[in-house]
Design a binder for this molecule. Structure first.
Ligand SMILES: Cc1ncc(COP(=O)(O)O)c(C=O)c1O
Length: 462
């Protein structure tokens, strides 16, 4: 009889059983057509109720792992990841999107989200606050939603006051609001020389001149920033100081203080994009904006820690910049949906955000271990809890060439050239997201495939 090996992973029992089932199918422990134990048999063995097993089998059914009917048994039906379709001809680039293993989007691991958020949604509909969420909200958001935002932000900014919180429709919207409200067309905006592509497209869309600052293993190099400032005063520096996208660099406390001192000296605004702050290795290191609070706007969202679909983010602003930010929210979207702001607030006030952050950090650490094992000996930059890694390919690979061949082999990754703040030729690095595959097995399969691809000589495909 099949007995699942349940992990320590802190999630509902039924999901652990469904996960174990998926794992055993991909490991080959279970094969197509195998009959699973009855509800009662497995419930007795695992010392849980038959209802828990029934939920586990329903979940497995939903994922397409099993089929069956009540009373007639439950049977394995899934394909193991190793049977995923793979193009034998690497230069064939026409694989359908659905066949691709996607390691290109930074997002939280989603297996347990449905479980947690279904309850939050039902709670929202039943709550006495529901009516508030159905109407227009005042500038900046409903005070109660801003207070929930302040509660979320106090994990990193312990003194956060709700009056300084502005609700946005996610972090990308927060970037857009802050950049357009606090700088003008033609202004010089600086960022890391390798940066999140959303910053590049935004700066170009808003007709700001984007300049990339040289980086080392801690992110922006203060001397390089000073040199640029001596040539021309920037209006703003956009900086991702923790688990930087794409290099995963984390800036030390000392480096943050140096960057803040330069902002004072050269009179520019810091836009502190701390969307990955919850993945810090040393939580005692303060956010960059805390070193120059009067000239910094702090930015985060719930997209990476809770769920991207909420589209709720928070700006934390010094009082003197607040009205420019709230006006820009009004001009851009009038207000982020109060309904989802209410849901986000419930998630925060009920402590679900902290629970999900714990789950995501554990999952990220486990996936990092897989990446380190598979890429041992390669040049890999990452952090213990980061969702992604920055892999530098050996000669003679270029990142564009590798990205194309990976795609032809069914794995989607992003090439280093897409992160260049200023287009500056070819790179040899690629960003691999560890959290987007649906399971650790799927991740292992994708990374193993990439590692074996690296071992081939790209010139064979010319
Ligand atoms: C550094 C950085 N900032 C902002 C965003 C946008 O986040 P959101 O989904 O909340 O708009 C991302 C998304 O990947 C990001 O990596």
């Amino acid at each position: 009889m099949w007995v699942p090996q349940l992990s320590e992973f802190s999630q509902p029992m039924y999901l652990s059983i469904a996960d174990a089932l998926a794992r055993d199918i991909s490991n080959g422990v279970l094969s197509q057509g195998d009959r699973l134990p009855t509800l009662r048999e497995l419930a007795t063995t695992l010392k849980v109720t038959p209802g828990t097993i029934s939920r586990a089998y329903s979940e497995a059914h939903r994922r397409g792992l099993v089929h069956g009917e009540v009373g007639r048994g439950t049977y394995v039906q899934s394909q193991a990841p190793s049977e995923l379709p793979v193009s034998p001809v690497p230069t064939t680039l026409n694989l359908g999107q659905s066949q691709l293993l996607d390691l290109s989007i930074i997002k939280p691991y989603s297996e347990t989200l449905e479980y947690w958020l279904r309850d939050a949604l039902i709670g929202l509909a039943k709550s006495t606050d529901f009516a508030r969420a159905l109407d227009y909200a005042p500038d900046g958001g409903h005070p109660a939603h801003r207070e929930a935002g302040a509660q979320f932000l106090r994990q990193w900014l312990p003194d956060a006051q709700w009056q300084q919180v502005v609700i946005t429709a996610g972090a990308q919207h927060g970037l857009m609001v802050a950049m357009s409200a606090l700088t003008n067309a033609g202004d010089l905006v600086l960022c890391e020389e390798l940066c999140y592509p959303g910053i590049i497209s935004l700066a170009h869309g808003l007709e700001r001149r984007l300049g990339g600052v040289a980086m080392d293993d801690e992110g922006i190099i203060p001397e390089a920033l000073r040199e640029l400032c001596l040539r021309e005063k920037p209006a703003m520096l956009v900086c991702v100081a923790t688990c930087q996208n794409p290099t995963a660099a984390i800036m030390s406390q000392q480096r943050r203080a140096q960057i803040a001192a330069l902002a004072e000296e050269f009179d520019f605004i810091i836009l502190d994009d701390d969307i990955y702050g919850f993945l810090a290795t040393d939580p005692s290191i303060k956010p960059l904006s805390a070193f120059a609070p009067e000239r910094s706007v702090y930015l985060t969202s719930l997209s990476k820690s809770v769920m991207p679909a909420l589209r709720i983010g928070y700006l934390y602003s010094p009082p003197k910049l607040l009205s420019r930010l709230t006006s820009m929210v009004r001009s851009s979207v009038w207000m982020p949906s109060p309904l989802t702001a209410q849901l986000a607030s419930n998630v925060i006030t009920e402590g679900l955000d902290k629970k999900l952050i714990r789950i995501q950090r554990n999952e990220a650490a486990a996936r990092q271990a897989i990446a380190r094992e598979i890429f041992a000996g390669f040049e890999l930059k990452t952090q213990p809890y980061a969702y992604h890694v920055w892999l530098t390919l050996p000669e003679p690979w270029t990142s564009d060439e590798f990205t194309m061949l990976a795609r032809a082999n069914g794995v989607l990754v992003l090439s280093g050239t897409q992160f260049q703040a200023e287009r500056s030729g070819m790179t040899r690095s690629v960003r691999l997201v560890l959290m987007s595959p649906t399971s650790q097995d799927e991740l292992r399969f994708a990374l193993t495939k990439l590692a074996s691809l690296i071992d081939t000589d790209p010139r064979r495909f010319y």
